[in-house]
Write a protein of this length. Structure first.
Length: 109
């Protein structure tokens, strides 16, 4: 299986998007968790690539964070601040170090 190829009839990015759409409001998931659920175990970066390719807000991309409970920094945009703002509007809290408690806010798929 190639990462950018098809698995069955559903392209990889579409599988990722469908999993991300299942994350409830006020919850977060990690890139690795999404990769696992999309059948891409060990390919967390592929989730990041897919989310960065989104052309609209039909997928709640902001609910995906890294395994440390942090928003992954982006050098090419201001989406870090936007992601935090969107999560806070949903009730997700950050500690003083900028981390989210995965125990409290992590999505149990």
């Amino acid at each position: 299986m190639t990462l950018d190829g098809d698995r069955g009839s559903q392209p990889t990015y579409q599988r990722i998007f469908e999993v991300v759409k299942r994350i409830p409001r006020g919850k977060v998931a990690t890139y690795g968790q999404i990769a696992q659920l999309a059948g891409l175990a060990g390919h967390a970066r592929q989730v990041g690539y897919a989310l960065s390719a989104l052309e609209n807000d039909s997928v709640p991309w902001h609910r995906v964070i890294n395994v440390k409970g942090e928003i992954s920094p982006r050098t090419w945009s201001d989406h870090d601040d936007l992601q935090r703002e969107l999560l806070e509007k949903e009730g997700v809290a950050f500690n003083e170090g900028g981390k989210v408690s995965l125990v409290r806010f992590g999505w149990q798929s």
